[in-house]
Design a protein around this ligand. Structure first.
Ligand code: FEO
Length: 409
């Protein structure tokens, strides 16, 4: 990978993780890869904004790209640590051993973590606060804005005043490996749409829990004139920076609901009996013109389920009883949706109860604090009969009607 020159004095250095089976954060499949971007700014002094993970191929690629800009590690004067998560700072420990004079610029909350994660002594750290500036000379002035919890409490964004570029780290990021063409204006509409899709999955997986903080960050940054948004994951938005800002605004609004007028249907079946309910449920939902995205657990991965659930105003859970409780992989998905604060949804639960049941009680107990408006469940013993299947279609229809009413408010 080569470095990308953004202007006379600004360069993007990026690496991609595209390894088969790699789990981002140790948890999220990234079948389309994920980029980790850094930015190098040359004034009289040189600064690098964010680093990368301490994986040899990534760190050596970043060093090579630095050299393409005519700068080697020892010549960097400042490392701006927008965010301490190791995908952006893992390389820092080795970096400060090679460059024994550079200053590390970060928020007050990041400073103690720097010592813990990267053995950076406090004596090398310059703490900045909201609105503080760092003048690199030759017209390059950086201004800092604290954007806590987007995505960790210590996170800040850096703004290059002369070129009106915002470097917000995780905020406005997306999944998806980024090739040589790193800007929205270099990509086809189809490719931009791909990154927009990937931004939703990234948001739902990584940022969703912190949606109120996303709204605060957007509000705080709203008065800045912005010509480009250069996040540390995904493409740079310079043709239309407001596109990704508006996507993030919309994603954050889903936390309060209503989200989009559609359904995320998640189902599980041991021997196919609960599985028989899916077709009539879908038929009933679609009869009202409402779209459905369908996932089966444990076969489908949580990252994609979360993305669909985050944008859907309605959720359907179809699962059987398993040893007096919910089918375990479904219980885990529901737990994960609650951790990610998927709230204010219209919800329906159906399923086979086997001998004495238990899934229904387990479902109601676990979701007491979910913030969901849950319809009466439909259960049947063993296999569903014709009446049960008709009831499924009707329940799907009623759910869709509720969703349309909810979303029209
Ligand atoms: Fe890309 Fe929160 O780290």
């Amino acid at each position: 990978m080569n470095c990308t020159q953004m202007s006379d004095q600004v360069f993007q250095l990026k690496v991609n993780i595209e390894e088969d089976g790699y789990l981002f954060e140790g948890l999220w499949p990234v079948p389309n890869g994920v980029s980790i971007n850094s930015y190098l700014i040359k004034g009289d002094k040189t600064a690098i904004i964010d680093l990368t993970q301490d994986i040899y191929e990534l760190t050596s690629s970043l060093e090579q790209q630095m050299e393409q800009t005519g700068v080697n590690i020892e010549e960097i004067d400042y490392v701006i640590v927008n965010h301490m998560e190791p995908d952006h700072s893992g390389m820092l420990r080795a970096f400060v051993e090679k460059n024994t004079t550079c200053r590390i610029v970060c928020s007050a909350k990041a400073a103690p973590l720097l010592e813990q994660f990267s053995s950076v002594p406090m004596g090398r750290v310059d703490i900045v606060g909201d609105g503080d500036t760092l003048d690199l000379g030759d017209g390059m002035v950086l201004r800092f804005f604290m954007i806590p919890n987007v995505h960790w409490p210590e996170t800040m964004a850096t703004y290059l005043e002369s070129e009106k570029i915002l470097f917000p780290c995780d905020a406005f990021g997306s999944y998806g490996a980024v090739k040589e063409q790193a800007f929205d204006d270099q990509l086809s509409d189809e490719r931009v749409a791909f990154f927009e899709q990937e931004s939703l999955r990234y948001y739902a997986n990584i940022v969703a829990t912190f949606s109120p903080f996303v709204e605060k960050a957007i509000e705080k940054l709203s008065s800045l004139p912005i010509d480009a948004i250069a996040p540390s994951h995904g493409i740079v938005w310079r043709k239309n920076p407001s596109a990704i800002i508006n996507h993030y605004k919309r994603y954050a609004s889903y936390a309060k609901g209503p989200a989009e007028p559609e359904v995320c249907l998640i189902w599980a079946s041991m021997y196919g009996n609960t599985g028989k309910t899916i077709a009539p449920l879908i038929k009933g939902i679609k009869s009202e013109g409402v779209e459905v995205r369908t996932f089966r657990v444990p076969q489908d991965d949580l990252g994609h389920i979360l993305a669909a659930a985050w944008r859907a105003a309605g959720l359907v859970f179809a699962m059987p009883t398993y040893e007096y409780k919910m089918f375990p992989p479904m219980a885990q998905v529901i737990e994960d949706l609650m951790i990610k604060k998927v709230k204010n949804r219209k919800v329906l639960r159906v399923g086979s109860y086997g001998w004495v049941g238990g899934a229904e009680k387990d479902f109601r107990t676990r979701t007491e604090k979910a913030g969901w408006d849950i319809m009466d469940s439909i259960e049947f013993q063993g296999a569903p009969g014709d009446e049960d299947l008709e009831a499924m279609e009707q329940a799907g229809k009623e759910l869709a009607q509720k969703i349309k009413q909810f979303c029209s408010k």
